[in-house]
Design a protein around this ligand. Structure first.
Ligand code: AMP
Ligand code: TRP
Length: 352
């Protein structure tokens, strides 16, 4: 056995030079992902996967920043893995893993916590929104430091690109600031990641309240379309969506017309057609036609996802196998960065 504390580790740029560009992103486990999660995140993950070395995680440690039922959390994590695959992620391109299977996330999360100014966290709008809906004495400190764990997720993989919906932009900006701060304090260690927001579907709004983001935790029945909703229910929800009393079918930033704009945006994201094309299609049509057409496009988009999901849930052994292999790969990559960080900040290297 030798003590290797004097040996200098490979520097981050050396590590970075030897590999293809990387993506990392994640979603909190829930048996009920919405078309917002799909259009804001999963759909673009699938589109990007072949050009990048992609890491997609199921962020169960983020999920426990609010109370969770243990059995439901466990079930939701496996279901989400199946949904990732059902939405088109392929194991030959992607490492699909559960965040808590890679302990480096908690370790780097703690280290970053220690160097994150409270003022930076105080500015995070997601914390303000979430905490405003909770009783003051039930807000755990993890909800406040949530973005530093997210920064750890991203920085451990020397990530180049983070594809997320619009609401996560601020967290990725904080990650960049933290990486820059760490690099200037301790020397080049982390790759500075860029955020990627989809052109259509970056912010899918609630069908019942088109001025609020569609959220999987909102309880009202007509609010969200879930990826696993029976297709008839999907159609019904869209047919009941809030619109307005004008009869204009055009993309618009006017809050009064947010409902129609949301339906058009959902249609644009599912069909991948241009705005001009879509507006021309609905020229001189009514809201009933619009809703029917959008409902069909969404149902058609969800059908193959649901079929694949049902098939995968019948092969849980396969999902566990994917998660195991992926965790091994993720651990390997993450521990290389963590070793470098530990050395940089002055931790004694343990004897091996
Ligand atoms: P979450 O459900 O908060 O874990 O979000 C997981 C991913 O889905 C993130 O990239 C979010 O930005 C994205 N996302 C969640 N809700 C929406 C929405 N309504 N519109 C677009 N993207 C969303
Ligand atoms: N905070 C993200 C959300 O709620 C989920 C997430 C956790 C994430 N870690 C990440 C997204 C790393 C991108 C990269 O949507």
């Amino acid at each position: 056995m030798t003590n290797q504390n004097s040996a200098s580790p490979a520097s981050a740029p050396d590590v970075v030079k030897q590999r293809p560009p990387r993506i990392l992103s994640g979603i909190q486990p829930s048996g009920q992902l919405t078309i917002g999660n799909y259009l804001g995140a999963l759909k673009q993950w699938a589109a990007l996967q072949s050009q990048y070395d992609s890491f997609y995680c199921i962020v169960d440690m983020h999920a426990i920043t609010v109370p969770q039922d243990p059995a439901e959390l466990r079930e939701a994590s496996v279901r989400n893995a199946a949904l990732y695959l059902a939405c088109g992620l392929e194991t030959k391109h992607c490492t699909i893993f559960i965040q808590s299977h890679v302990s480096a996330h908690s370790e780097l999360g703690w280290i970053l916590n220690c160097m994150t100014p409270m003022g930076w966290l105080n500015r995070m709008t997601q914390f303000k929104d979430k905490s405003a809906k909770m009783q003051a004495d039930s807000i755990g400190s993890g909800l406040f430091t949530y973005p530093t764990l997210m920064a750890a997720d991203i920085l451990l993989y020397q990530t180049d690109l983070v594809p997320v919906g619009d609401d996560q932009k601020q967290h990725v900006e904080l990650t960049r600031d933290l990486a820059q701060r760490f690099n200037s304090m301790y020397g080049e260690t982390f790759t500075i990641p860029n955020v990627m927001i989809p052109v259509a579907g970056a912010r899918v709004m609630g069908l019942d309240t088109p001025t609020a983001k569609m959220s999987k935790s909102e309880k009202a029945d007509g609010h969200a379309v879930f990826l696993l909703d029976p297709l008839d229910k999907v159609r019904k929800k869209i047919m009941r969506a809030t619109t307005d009393s004008d009869r204009v079918i055009k993309f618009s930033t006017d809050p009064e017309r947010a409902g129609v704009n949301n339906l058009l945006t959902i249609y644009q994201a599912f069909t991948e057609r241009s705005r001009e094309d879509i507006e021309a299609q609905f020229d001189s049509k009514g809201y009933g036609d619009l809703k029917k057409t959008v409902a069909e496009a969404v149902a058609e988009g969800l059908k193959p996802i649901q079929e694949r999901y049902n098939q995968l849930m019948g092969e849980k052994g396969y999902i566990y196998e994917v998660l195991k292999k992926s965790a091994d790969r993720a651990n390997e990559v993450a521990s290389t960065t963590l070793d470098l960080v530990r050395d940089r900040i002055g931790f004694v290297k343990p004897l091996r």
